[in-house]
Design a protein around this ligand. Sequence first.
Ligand SMILES: Cc1cc2nc3c(=O)[nH]c(=O)nc-3n(C[C@H](O)[C@H](O)[C@H](O)COP(=O)(O)OP(=O)(O)OC[C@H]3O[C@@H](n4cnc5c(N)ncnc54)[C@H](O)[C@@H]3O)c2cc1C
Length: 389
Amino acid sequence: MQKEYDYIIAGAGCAGLSLLMRMMNDSFFDNKKILVVDADTKNINDRTWCFWEKEPDIFEPIVHHQWNTLNFFSKDLSKELAIYPYSYKMIEGLTFYNFVKNNALLHANIHWINEKVINIVNDSSNRTAGIQLSNRSIFASKVFNSILFSPIQPQSHQYNFQQHFKGWVINTPKPSFNPGIATFMDFRVSQKHGTTFMYLLPTSTTSALVEYTLFTKDLLPQAAYDIALKEYIHDFLEINDYTIAHEEYGIIPMTNMKLPLVDENIVFIGIAGGQAKGSSGYAFKFIQKKTAQIINALKTGRTIPGKLSINATKGLLYDSTLLHVLHHQKMPGDQIFSDIFKFNNAANVLSFLDNESSFFTDLQIMSSVPTSIFLPAALKELLIKIYFH
Ligand SMILES: Cc1cc2nc3c(=O)[nH]c(=O)nc-3n(C[C@H](O)[C@H](O)[C@H](O)COP(=O)(O)OP(=O)(O)OC[C@H]3O[C@@H](n4cnc5c(N)ncnc54)[C@H](O)[C@@H]3O)c2cc1C
């Protein structure tokens, strides 16, 4: 089919809008016709992103709050983590959507359609790819797709945990928080459902996002998240007087399944492109790295990589190992993270979770958890990878 656009961005969520923002920031794309399509209008504050980075990136102007110190708590560890050279940052979903949409209004080469995409197909003979809408198809040189048309279905040798969480922004009439320190993980809560922790992200002395988070296979009834949040606020934060200003609920896949990166002229981005880290569920920073890499490839005429980098492959093996240990219940998650944070420099742990650590740091981190458990798990995962390659 004849192409109408240079690029189609299918899905205007985190990945689609991060890619669009990077295109708008670069004059190389000024004369490219770009179509953005999403079924949703993106008018709701449906999520809060937190991530860590060393240098400010393109979304720095909309960072809502940032912390240089994090707390870690478990039954046997209370540790204040200085994370320099990283900062831990928070961006609110609606601010992010509006920031990119308002920028797009200034670019006549960007068109927006608010419709459901039914399918995305390649047209190999014309070297194009297209989106199928209810009454027509539209083609472009490349389609960047962040739409998951069906749930991620790992095979029997792969793991399928879910990170599920409910968060409340609570406001208190009296000063109750230190906005200089965020709690990265608080594992002192019940572990009866599996790996379970709280985040506490204070943005002022009277306002904080409290989030109840689990890494398990099954979701909980909604009431269970509310009960856990209430108990934590009462028992650990010792706050009785508060109002809930905002709530959010989310599920992020935690899998070691390899998702396709590129299929001819379709490039997969975001969670659909495997950018949620299997062992942590963090995706925002991986999406930023991936979209920056795509921009670079488009500008230089290089092929967008269809295979994982060496670092990402290494990271996938570490993720598989952790998921293996959790799946086979060889060691509880709270103890694993506690050991890692007890014996390692926090910035090294963050670089490890980013797939950016040196092999020496990897070894240090791996030797802080019991090798009798993790080494056989890693070897089994390596063999599985070789066998199913
Ligand atoms: C509540 C929540 C909080 C999170 N917090 C963090 C965090 O703190 N840190 C972090 O690193 N990660 C976080 N994540 C994980 C991850 O960063 C987000 O899920 C992120 O939004 C993923 O980006 P994406 O572009 O892949 O998907 P999305 O942002 O979900 O974008 C996909 C887009 O596709 C559209 N779409 C879907 N189907 C169709 C269709 N058929 N036709 C047209 N459009 C369609 C959707 O409307 C959506 O806009 C969070 C996830 C959630 C759900």
